[in-house]
Design a protein. Sequence first.
Length: 217
Amino acid sequence: MLLVPLYEHPAHHPTAWSALIRAADRLHSVVLNPDSGPGTAPDERFAEVAGRLKDAGVPVLGYVDTDYGRRPHAAVVQDLLRHRDWYGVDGAFLDQAAADGGLLPHYRRLAVAARAAGARTLVFNHGVHPDPGFAQLADLLVTFEGPWDAYRHAEVPEWTAAHPAHRFCHLVYAVPPGTAEAAARLAAERHAGVHCAVPGAGTHPWGTLPYALEAGG
């Protein structure tokens, strides 16, 4: 299954958003990120695509930055509520999640707040394998985010075997043409039942669709 973080405005890339909706049966979820979070005011175009995705049966996750545990609890909760009230999201994607077990109490509070705000699907994006305790807090952990060159040599800790593969996600960018299938195979071999492999690179890799959707239309 594919988790797609498409960080582009629907007005500028309507074809890409339409491709996501057509591929609904292949998607685990889509991350909605109007402005490094919900922004300061509702955006009608994002509300529209969120509604279309939900109508197609795709969970929509509101993007919220946690700044590795440094962002105040109240600020994170405000973003969670704005995503719910403005875009009707049914899940949350907590980005820049800390991996240190010492911050488990902070993220436990955030998980409780996200559930109270209506998050049926809760994702922590650590980008690395975190302390195993985080697996008790979220439905899905992003345990790799990085370029293809690094992903080819990534390792998986033994503790992940105690959980089903659908609890883990790998996000890979700068994937060369012709290697998307290899990326999918590696994700499966590394016990990640959810993944995304995109050609985008540089400081803004998540402005491109995964190869799997570009090929499939």
